[in-house]
Structure formats: C-alpha cells, structure tokens
Ligand binder design. Structure first.
Ligand SMILES: Nc1ncnc2c1ncn2[C@@H]1O[C@H](COP(=O)(O)OP(=O)(O)OP(=O)(O)O)[C@@H](O)[C@H]1O
Length: 263
C-alpha cells in the first residue's frame, strides 16, 4: 500500500512553485561578549513539492534555520514566508495556529505522548484543532507507514523505527504545507532510518508534499532533491540530486574550511 492513489496535491500557495522563502534571515543569541550569530543573513527559496536537506558542520546554524523557517523561533531580523503567510506579521496565537494546521514536524526524539496509543498520537494534531480525521486518508497514511497492526500500541511498546513512523504519520495526517524534519534518523539504526527516509521521499513524489530536513548523514541527504550547506550561519554551497559521496565531499571541504570547488 502506498500513498500514490491519492490524487490531491499538497502544498503551500504554489503559483510561484516556492513553498518557503527566507530573506536576510538573522538570528543572534545573547549580547555583548557572549553574543552568538547563529544565522548571518540567509536568503533561501524552498521549492514546493521537493525534498530539501540542510547540512553543515556542527554549530553552523542548521537547527536555528529550521526553527526560524518553521515558526518555532523568531529571527532577530529578516523575513520568512510560508505560502502567503509572513511569519513576522503573525502574533503568537496565529503563529501557533499556522504551525498546528499547516506544518508537520518530525523530530529526532520522536516526541510522541507516552500515554496515548499510536493511533491517538497520529490524530492528535487534528484533535487539538477540533477536526475529525478523514477515515480514508487516515487508513492510507497508516497503511503507508506500515502501522496498521500497531495502532493500539503505546510508544513504549514500539521500536524506535515504529515510533518514528508514527511521527511521520502524525506529520502527514493534517496534509500540511510543509513537513520540517530535524535529524529524523538520528536515533535510528540504518535500516529503520532508511525506511523513514523512503516514507518522506514517497510523500514528496506521490503527494507533492514539501519536506525540509536537517541531517548530519550524507546517506540521508542523498534522498533529497537538493542539499543546501550552511557554514557559520551562511549558505555557502548547494547540490542537486546528489549522491551520498558528493554530499560527503562537500561536507568534508566545509569542515576543512575550504571553499567549494569543482562544480
Ligand atoms: N539558545 C541558544 N542560546 C545561545 N546560543 C545558541 C542557542 N541555540 C543555538 N546557539 C548557538 O548558535 C549556533 C548555531 O546553533 P545550531 O544549533 O543552529 O547549529 P547546528 O548546525 O544545528 O549544530 P549541530 O549540528 O551541532 O546540532 C551555535 O554556535 C550554538 O551554540
């Protein structure tokens, strides 16, 4: 069972084909001597219905970028647009509603509620929004992530890979404009990780889902259509449809402090 029999295409406003836009994005933490510039003027357009990976050395600003793009953190300066929403113009209540209704999240640590069953976790975003699940869509999502016979289990009764598949189903169930994934395979063995990446890839290919993923793993990034590289809070390189080897080469150059060459 796949998601491919679903004809609806998901995305933010796509007349431009762009789902998320960042302009002159800055995020500073602290002040004075302890000031850290985590993002130092990032301009980025993320295409709708594409899978984008964000990579870079430790501390380069990947998580900060993801959090600012997803409305989990407010930038110090600059703008983020998701579809036709300018996040800076939304007060906290509207921003919370946009995150709840329009954005799906997958985190490294799964972030499932331990007292709820797999099914209750999957439909939680809808329940919070006071929306009823579309039974047919729910059935397809659950089947696609391979959890049909695990719906009554609580997270502690599921493997890490199964828990992350619950989290992917929870992200898909609202048909969000964008799914943001922060190290979604970071806590998984390679087989479970590959399964989660396959699911995200399938959501992009068959639903037109937009996915943005932070990862340290070149093999994970090679599932993406585009990989953007950060160093010291700036975008410094990118690859399209890369192999894991090309991603590793680019990352190695960055970690060695070299500028990109050869493409
Ligand atoms: N809440 C915070 N307060 C102060 N500094 C912060 C805070 N969050 C992040 N930073 C700093 O901002 C910079 C970017 O951090 P960020 O977590 O975005 O990097 P990253 O590329 O995701 O790192 P990693 O790969 O190690 O997870 C780092 O120097 C970090 O120490």
């Amino acid at each position: 069972m796949t998601l491919s029999d679903r004809s609806t295409t998901l995305s933010a406003t796509t007349t431009t084909g762009v789902a998320v836009t960042a302009r002159e994005l800055r995020r500073e933490y602290g002040a004075g001597l302890s000031r850290v510039v985590a993002l130092d003027g990032v301009d980025l357009d993320l295409a709708a219905a594409r899978f984008t990976a964000v990579m870079g050395p430790s501390g380069s600003g990947k998580s900060t970028l993801l959090h600012c793009l997803a409305g989990l953190d407010r930038p110090s300066a600059g703008t983020v647009r998701i579809g036709d929403a300018d996040l800076a113009r939304l007060d906290d209540r509207r921003l919370t509603r946009l995150r709840r209704d329009r954005i799906g999240f997958v985190f490294q640590k799964f972030n499932l509620l331990p007292t709820l069953t797999a099914e209750e976790n999957i439909v939680l975003p809808l329940a919070i929004a006071g929306r009823r699940p579309d039974p047919e869509w729910l059935r397809q999502v659950v089947a696609a992530v391979g959890l049909t016979d695990r719906l009554g289990h609580r997270p502690a009764e599921l493997s890490g890979g199964q828990q992350q598949r619950v989290a992917v189903a929870r992200a898909l169930v609202t048909r969000p404009w964008v799914i943001f994934a922060d190290e979604p395979t970071g806590n998984l063995d390679s087989r479970s990780g590959a399964e989660v990446l396959r699911l995200l890839r399938e959501a992009v290919d068959t639903l037109g889902q937009t996915v943005v993923m932070v990862t340290h793993d070149p093999k994970a990034a090679a599932h993406a259509d585009r990989v953007v590289f950060l160093a010291d809070g700036r975008l410094v390189d990118e690859l399209h449809a890369p192999t894991a080897g090309q991603v590793l080469d680019a990352l190695t150059r960055l970690e060695a402090g070299a500028s990109p060459v050869g493409r």
